[in-house]
Design a protein around this ligand. Structure first.
Ligand code: ADP
Ligand code: MG
Length: 247
């Protein structure tokens, strides 16, 4: 699904008139954003433009003073992160070092009180999708960087939620692993069909992953649209320069 304007169904994620300031300085400025069900939306922009702040606001990791966040048709502006129906993957794979991969994958589900059989089934499914089956009894210290980030993605996957949030999940990996995992994330999205909101400052990642790219600068979305459209018809000089459009 590659929505451009308007949505057949209600958006999966809606950010309405969001404003976030740290002190007097606004980091997100009256931002509106609708993300369609099943859409792969990339937030692209230079370091410091407010991508993580926006993602953290959607995740519920920041207090929102002005505006609203809606997820799957619910106003979650004041909901706890765990009640928002999201799974999140960060740049640094914050795995539990003393737990095995299997325990890392199941921990959140155990805390949530899911039945053992359900936990086992979800872990098995995620492990198969991410090629983690041979690694289930290992500890994070025994894994490569790419394998650890796979486990981090697995932890979001087992939650079986509609919306996944990624904050520069590949930026700590070397180029070869980055390419491999990028392809895997794309495949995962095609298999699961869920909504992905993916933050990066990497134009190639954005162009290859996105259904639509939202190009940000200074807490404001400069342009939003399919990669080809942004590349061919950049809305302003900043977008043209950042995307590397010809002319
Ligand atoms: P990005 O993810 O695009 O690199 P961030 O959302 O992390 O950008 O940051 C946007 C701006 O907000 C930056 O200028 C950053 O210094 C500032 N900022 C982010 N978090 C905080 C915070 N907790 N306190 C004060 N300033 C912050
Ligand atoms: Mg960031």
């Amino acid at each position: 699904m590659t929505p451009t304007t308007g949505f057949a169904t209600e958006p999966s994620v809606s950010v309405k008139d969001l404003r976030i300031a740290f002190g007097a300085h606004p980091v997100i400025d009256q931002l509106d954003l609708d993300i369609g069900r099943g859409e792969f939306l990339v937030l692209l922009g230079p370091s410091g433009c407010g991508k993580s702040t926006l993602l953290n606001a959607i995740a519920g990791l920041l207090d929102v003073a002005d505006g609203e966040i809606w997820i799957s048709g619910r106003n979650v502006t004041w909901a706890e992160p765990k009640d928002r129906g999201i799974g999140m993957v960060f740049q640094s794979y914050a795995l539990y070092p003393r737990m095995s991969v299997r325990q890392n994958l199941s921990f959140g589900l155990r805390v949530a009180g899911l039945p053992k059989s359900e936990i086992a089934a979800r872990v098995a499914k995620a492990a198969a999708m991410l090629q983690l089956e041979p690694l289930l009894e290992r500890k994070p210290a025994e894994l490569s960087g790419g394998q650890r980030q796979r486990v981090a993605i697995g932890r979001a996957l087992v939650r079986q939620v509609e919306v996944f949030l990624f904050d520069e999940p590949l930026s700590n990996l070397d180029a070869k692993l980055r390419n491999e995992l990028r392809i895997e994330i794309k495949k995962l999205h095609q298999q699961l069909g869920n909504t992905m909101v993916y933050v990066t400052h990497d134009q190639v990642e954005a162009m290859t992953l996105a259904d639509r790219i939202a190009v940000m600068k200074g807490g404001v979305v400069q342009q939003i649209g399919p990669p080809q459209e942004i590349y061919r018809r950049p809305a302003n000089r900043f977008v043209a320069g950042f995307i590397g459009s010809p002319g």
